[in-house]
Design a protein around this ligand. Structure first.
Ligand code: NDP
Length: 296
């Protein structure tokens, strides 16, 4: 299967690098210099100048862009994906997108005989590089089986969640929980630190107790206690994910005050910290508000 990759960002780059182990990979990126640099680092990879050029002759296109809006915008126009894709091909969208736009994209592609699977991932750049991402798929069983082959180089686990949009709904649920845990832990940790408890000891206790989470077990010890805040996942993208979850709850008539509140806090933080801040920055904001530091 000839695979093409669009979107060489923080996550897309290590995912595409895994795909480069198979022959025939083509890549495209909005900022062409990034695609050229990728091609130079991976001999044999074709670097396309436009989405149309990317799609010509390919069986599958993987997209990994900020939101579903950018994926939809890639389709049309003389240089769009649809100008290059052949009937029978498949678009596998690894963006953390929204279900409604994905259903519209799937319908537009179906008019041309092209399949669509939403396939957002969980794990981040280190797990992408290790080929151990979890992939949550939405689409028909037949299309998801094809998508599983496409994502195999970077997937540790592929789960079929339901029809188109179900992958994005699941991913939004996961990430709004991540947002809740980050905010809750930053507040609880500054509280106990100000009460005179060592943050390292507090983390040790939490992590053998019922308040633990991935944030307390992995992210807090690795990044906050050590004071290393590597830019791996933009806070703006987590705010977007929490917004997708809050909107989905609203559309479904679900009262979700906690999820909605987490989105509102992240929305304020995004406005305050800007588009390039990392998603662990709420810890530094909480430290500064409480006048404590959470170092080990
Ligand atoms: P980045 O912001 O690092 O990269 C975004 C990519 O999208 C870049 O290649 C950028 O191109 C491209 N892009 C931005 N705007 C447009 C546009 N208008 N048209 C075409 N291309 C565009 O994001 P990530 O790689 O971190 O994330 C990508 C997706 O994966 C997001 O949906 C995110 O929520 C999700 N995700 C990210 C994780 C992470 O840990 N980073 C983990 C799990 C999911 P350019 O180089 O020109 O800026």
């Amino acid at each position: 299967m000839k695979v093409a990759f669009a979107g060489l960002g923080a996550l897309g780059t290590p995912m595409a690098a895994r795909c480069a182990a198979r022959p025939g990979l083509a890549v495209w990126n909005r900022t062409h210099a990034r695609a050229e640099a990728f091609g130079a680092a991976h001999p044999g990879v074709r670097v396309a100048a436009t989405p149309r050029e990317l799609a010509v002759g390919m069986d599958a296109i993987i997209t990994c862009l900020p939101t579903s809006a950018e994926v939809a915008a890639l389709l049309d126009g003389p240089d769009g994906l649809l100008a290059g894709l052949a009937a029978g091909s498949i678009v596998v969208d690894c963006t953390s997108g929204d279900p409604e736009t994905s259903r519209a994209i799937a319908a537009r592609l179906a008019e041309h005989g092209i399949a669509f699977v939403d396939a957002p991932v969980s794990g981040g750049p280190p797990m992408a590089a290790a080929g151990t991402l979890s992939v949550m798929c939405g689409g028909s069983a037949e299309d998801v089986a094809r998508a599983s082959e496409v994502v195999a180089p970077f997937a540790g686990k592929v789960i079929h969640m339901g029809p188109v949009g179900a992958g994005h709904a699941m991913k939004a649920a996961n990430n709004v929980l991540l947002a809740v845990h980050i905010l809750a832990l930053s507040e609880a940790m500054t509280m106990v630190t100000k009460a005179g408890i060592s943050p390292r000891v507090a983390a040790e206790v939490l992590n053998v107790s019922s308040g633990r989470s991935f944030v307390s077990e992995v992210l807090f010890p690795e990044r906050v206690l050590t004071g290393t805040f590597p830019p791996l996942f933009r806070l703006a993208l987590l705010e977007k994910d929490a917004g997708i979850a809050a909107a989905l709850a609203g559309e479904l008539g679900i009262d979700a005050p906690t999820l909605t509140a987490a989105h509102a806090v992240f929305h304020t933080l995004r406005a305050k910290l800007g588009e390039s801040a990392d998603y662990m920055e709420p810890f530094r904001v909480a430290e500064s508000a409480a006048g404590v530091t959470l170092r080990g």
